[in-house]
Ligand binder design. Structure first.
Ligand code: SF4
Length: 417
């Protein structure tokens, strides 16, 4: 019976998967073929990527305790896929003071965060000093907090205002406390697509220039891709190839994060007629092909639970991904485009979700150093979430049940003492 299943896999797909598992680099054409895998080919792709993940990372699933802080949503770049940006005169426009940012950092640290992720819109009144001053303000109070900040679009803006050499500008930010950089603003690294998505945004060449310069001064970054809109498979394959080539040259990427397009509240879908984001099988193919294409150069493939939700995220972790991303605590960019998967996944929720699929939770730093493995659920620490957020946790989760059982036992002990 099982022989019939494997016999139904197309010969060329079988060759591509066997090649990728034996260490042969997938070509762009091979990636394009796998991105269209259906039926038995799809199932073979998912199984092969899961096996590759097991060989590359074992059965650990990592996550980072972090907080997003968007310091302003004022932005005039005009990306068609964005539901977050506001004109400065709109009621919902915000521009956070250092005091407000520090309050959010305090909340993050109180809840066990090792990282804050700071990004904002391209506010025309800001300068390069704005970015440096935020770093100084945070580091003065929280010297050990890792700051993961500023997309290549923000780096482009700040650098142009600074009048410095690019590498000097990036080093200047590192000296002020910048730890790593999000490899966002990548979308699809093909100017044919970028000119439609966002004609005012930095071009592919500039994105690559900034990322390589960052890696060159020791500032590591993530790498990302946004799919499920107007791109074709060939654009995705070429994007993966570019990321792999950069990684071979610099070794500076910490992970790759495929980001499904959220379509509900933006112009790209509602006015420009893009696809309404990826389908479930497209999400899984994207993760699986990322694993097989990027190994061994990038071996951390991250699930975006904000885009996928927890259950599809669990499936993606069985289709080649090994990292569940960050707790976030607050999330605006996907939510304002229509995502309804929440803004906060507490560490205890991550641990439950990871154990449900038979894997081991590991809290990590931004740079993938282990903070703590959680082999035994009985030894999990108590939640650091504020009481009002703990009440929102899934009551079926083992952490909450254990807390309830412990409370009931304590009450029985007290009553019988
Ligand atoms: S995606 Fe970023 S750069 Fe583009 S409009 Fe939104 S906030 Fe501005």
């Amino acid at each position: 019976m099982l022989d019939q299943l494997t016999a139904a896999v197309s010969t060329d797909v079988r060759d591509l998967l066997e090649g990728a598992l034996s260490g042969k680099e997938l070509t762009k054409e091979g990636a394009e073929r796998l991105l269209g895998a259906r039926g038995s080919d799809f199932h073979a792709l998912i199984a092969a990527a899961d096996l590759a993940r097991q060989r590359d990372n074992g059965d650990d699933v990592s996550y980072v305790v972090c907080r997003n802080i968007n310091f302003t949503n004022v932005c005039y770049v005009g990306c068609s896929f964005c539901g977050f940006a506001r004109h400065r005169d709109e009621d919902e426009a915000f521009d956070r003071s250092h005091e407000e940012i520090l309050l959010k950092c305090k909340d993050a640290v109180d809840r066990g965060a090792t990282e804050v992720c700071i990004q904002g819109g391209i506010h025309p009144a800001k300068t390069h000093d704005t970015y440096r001053d935020i770093l100084h303000a945070i580091k003065a109070v929280y010297p050990d907090l890792h700051i993961h900040a500023y997309s290549p679009e923000e780096m482009d803006f700040g650098h142009k205002k600074s009048g410095m050499e690019l590498s000097d500008y990036l080093s200047w930010l590192v000296e002020a406390g910048l730890g790593t950089m999000p490899g966002t603003a990548a979308e699809i690294l093909d100017d044919e697509i970028r000119d439609k998505l966002s004609p005012n945004k930095l071009k592919t060449e500039r994105w690559v220039e900034i990322i390589k310069a960052a890696h060159g001064v020791g500032l590591r970054s993530t790498s990302t891709l946004m799919y499920g809109h107007i791109e074709e498979k060939r654009h995705v394959a070429a994007h993966l190839d570019l990321i792999r080539e950069i990684q071979k040259e610099t070794g500076g990427f910490t992970e790759f994060v495929p980001l499904g397009f959220i379509h509900e509240r933006n112009l790209l879908y509602n006015l420009m007629g893009s696809r309404p984001g990826p389908s479930m099988d497209e999400d899984l193919r994207m993760v699986a092909v990322s694993r097989l294409f990027l190994r061994p150069h990038i071996t951390n493939i991250q699930v975006s639970w904000v885009k996928m939700g927890h259950k599809l995220g669990q499936m993606a972790l069985c289709a080649g991904a090994n990292d569940f991303g960050g707790t976030l605590m607050e999330e605006s960019i996907s939510r304002e485009s229509g995502s309804d998967h929440g803004e906060n996944t507490p560490p205890e929720e991550f641990r439950r979700l990871i154990r449900e699929i038979g894997r081991t939770p590991v809290e990590r730093t931004t740079l993938y150093k282990t903070v703590q493995r959680f082999d035994d659920p009985a030894l999990d620490p108590p939640s650091k979430e504020p009481e009002h957020l703990q009440k929102q946790l899934d009551l079926s989760g083992p952490t909450r049940w254990r807390a309830k059982v412990e409370k009931a036992r304590a009450e029985v002990r007290a009553a019988t003492a």
